[in-house]
Design a protein around this ligand. Structure first.
Ligand code: ATP
Ligand code: MG
Length: 641
């Protein structure tokens, strides 16, 4: 871990973009500077005021109880609440029972629409069912389901009873599911007879049955009959049909939500595994609730008329915080799509936006680059005029992709480039709809969040220089621990004494805008210069022939490291002859030199059709590097095949 004192070339040339008049007029936060300052001057007052917008069974005695010895932040101690009560009952009691909570679009175009009352009813019936299976507060439940309403119902039912859910992305293999369940030791596994993607059936139950063998903690498997409503479950091994359990509990009435205090976990979620073995991140109810409630409200400027579409899968933190909990806490209508963005054709998401009059569209850089590869004709074939706000998460979004996203959606919509992590639970560095934007920058910290860029001793680095991203004060949605690994938790706080170290590096420019460079592991040192992979990739992708790029460092006796770029070309840009190929390579190198300087020119460029990515769409450079150098690949359980 180290930092650079070399200003990074080629960054600050992009203009500021200001929000449209309509956005300014309606924004929840009009004056960011003032709100931010107040939140930092009096964090307890700030977060306490926000928390009172939600309902509590018993009031808290203080806002934060911070233990600097164990790095434990107990938010709203003394208070009890329940996130499912706040996401469901609270709205129904206020007369919003008939408002649509979920619109679900299935892989082959099926549609389901579920109101807040209906969602509450299903959740309560499932709670009665889970109770009858003997589940109690603190028990773990692994959820291995495709993105369907049953996934959301299962999460909320667990939350209501104080069960700790551990959602595992449904695209995972038997081994990946098994290792996560071996760690979480669930009493119950919820899965489906099958999932669907690109019209193909995914045999989830088969995977689940194989993965659960030998995990003795599991007593029952609940099976959602997604494909075949008459599928015969295997009662002898403790399998039960999800729909039958709900049916049996139709008349049981309400199920009281468990009072959840400052130490009561909501879920365990394993990180993406981009940099190594996934970590079982534990979040607790009250703080996570307040953090996701407010960030959703302010970052997306939630209004009652919104139709909100987030393309993540609830199997990742983005889905937890910004499909399920944050939006439902804000009484939002959430559109949830199963399947792939480019199936049956690359217009899938644009078509959904048109059909459901989506207002807020939260996507990822990898999805935007995929759309770029397919070309503008797909978005331009649809009426996207309902949109008022865009979002991006997961990786740095390169300015080229940022501009493309903006341009194909009408050329005026603000893009919320949100930087955060499974560990942080909520957005940490992000624009707000009324703040100015710089393409490729996540802009500034969210109110109540104190961020800095420091060197490895914790000293702030001057603006313009790259360094390590740290959070200097506890925040409500902070993770409580790493499941069964308190040492790993401590490591986050001790690597740089007294601060939370994110593992990412960034620069803050002279206007206070943050530019995320990438993970510290992804910083490459060429002839004494430190280059962020994201910057070089960004320069590559701004070449008209390049759709996606990944850059790694290779040991070089002369320069320390040399740069190798793996490049996917845009549709129709593939050279036909060797000569064309070599001239394209030259042209790309030249382009990077123009953008970033000679030092950043890749020494090698390999044209490829595929890049190793996590299931959540992040480029796994460590896998590319290992393959290139013939080294062991490490944990690849999250690698997409
Ligand atoms: P692991 O910790 O297992 O390696 P991961 O870090 O990819 O996996 P997540 O918690 O899903 O797991 O991702 C958080 C990381 O994603 C951040 O640390 C950062 O590197 C990256 N990231 C997320 N959003 C942004 C963004 N808007 N800009 C830049 N980077 C981002
Ligand atoms: Mg991480």
């Amino acid at each position: 871990m180290s930092t650079s004192h070399e200003p990074t070339p080629g960054m600050e040339k992009h203009p500021l973009f200001h929000p449209p008049e309509e956005t300014l007029r309606n924004a929840h936060v009009q004056d960011y500077v003032k709100v931010y300052q107040e939140s930092i001057d009096d964090p307890a007052g700030f977060w306490g005021r926000i928390a009172t917008e939600l309902e509590w069974f018993t009031p808290w005695t203080s806002v934060l109880d911070w233990d600097p010895q164990t790095y434990t932040g107990r938010w709203f101690p003394g208070g009890t609440t329940n996130i499912s009560h706040n996401a469901l009952d609270r709205h129904v009691a206020k007369g919003y029972g008939n408002k649509v909570a979920l619109i679900w679009s299935g892989d082959s175009g099926e549609e389901r629409v579920i109101t807040y009352s209906q969602l509450l009813d299903s959740v309560e019936r499932l709670c009665h069912g889970l109770h009858s299976l003997g589940l109690e507060k603190g028990d773990r439940v692994s959820i291995f389901l495709p993105p369907t309403p049953e996934q959301v119902i299962s999460m909320l039912a667990c939350a209501r009873m104080g069960l700790i859910h551990s959602v595992v992305f449904s695209g995972f293999s038997e081994a990946a599911l098994k290792s996560r369940m071996e760690d979480a030791q669930p009493k119950l596994l919820i899965t489906a007879d099958a999932g669907f993607r690109r019209g193909k059936e995914i045999p989830l139950l088969q995977t689940a049955r194989a993965a659960r063998t030998g995990i003795l903690s599991i007593r029952n498997t609940l099976v959602v009959r997604r494909k075949d409503p008459r599928f015969p479950v295997d009662a002898s091994s403790g399998e039960k049909a999800f729909d039958e359990l709900l049916e049996k509990n139709r008349k049981k009435g309400s199920f009281p939500p468990a009072p959840m205090g400052a130490d009561d976990p909501l879920f365990i979620l394993y990180t993406s595994g981009t940099t190594g073995k996934p970590k079982g991140i534990v979040h607790v109810q009250p703080g996570y609730m307040v953090g996701t409630y407010l960030t959703t409200r302010w970052v997306f400027d939630i209004r009652d008329s919104d139709v909100y579409f987030c393309v993540a899968d609830p199997g990742w933190i983005t889905g937890h915080s910004y499909i399920v909990y944050g939006p439902l806490l804000n009484r939002t209508t959430v559109l949830m799509a199963e399947g792939a963005p480019d199936w049956p054709d690359p217009g899938r998401w644009w078509k959904l936006i048109e059909k459901y009059r989506v207002t807020v569209f939260y996507s990822t850089p990898t999805a935007v680059r995929l759309q770029m590869r397919h070309g503008e004709k797909w978005p331009s074939g649809h009426d996207l005029s309902s949109l008022r706000l865009l979002g991006s998460v997961g990786e740095p979004i390169n300015p080229e992709a940022w501009m493309w996203f903006r341009n194909v959606t009408g050329g005026r919509l603000p893009i919320m480039d949100t930087w955060w992590q499974t560990e942080t639970g909520m957005h940490m560095i992000t624009p707000l709809p009324a703040t100015p934007l710089v393409p490729g920058s996540a802009t500034k910290p969210f109110p109540g969040v104190e961020v800095d860029i420091v060197d490895k001793n914790g000293n702030p680095v001057p603006d313009g220089e790259s360094g390590l991203v740290v959070i200097k004060k506890p925040w409500p949605a902070m993770f409580r621990t790493v499941f069964k690994d308190p040492d790993r938790y401590r490591q986050y706080w001790t690597e740089i004494p007294g601060m939370y170290f994110s593992g990412d590096s960034a620069r803050r420019d002279s206007s206070g805008f943050y530019h995320l460079i990438g993970r510290i592991d992804d910083v490459i040192k060429v002839a004494g210069h430190r280059l962020g992979t994201a910057e070089v990739e960004s320069a590559l992708v701004s070449h008209p022939a390049v759709a996606e790029a990944a850059v790694i460092g290779k040991p070089d006796s002369l320069k320390g490291e040399s740069l190798k770029a793996f490049v996917i070309l845009r549709q129709g840009k593939k050279p036909e002859t060797e000569e064309e190929l070599s001239s394209l390579r030259k042209d790309i190198r030249h382009h990077v030199r123009e953008e970033l300087g000679a030092i950043a020119q890749p020494d090698e460029i390999e044209i490829t059709d595929w890049l190793p990515k996590t299931r959540s769409g992040k480029i796994m450079r460590r896998v590319l590097r290992a393959r290139e150098l013939g080294l062991p690949e490490g944990d690849t359980s999250t690698l997409e095949d």
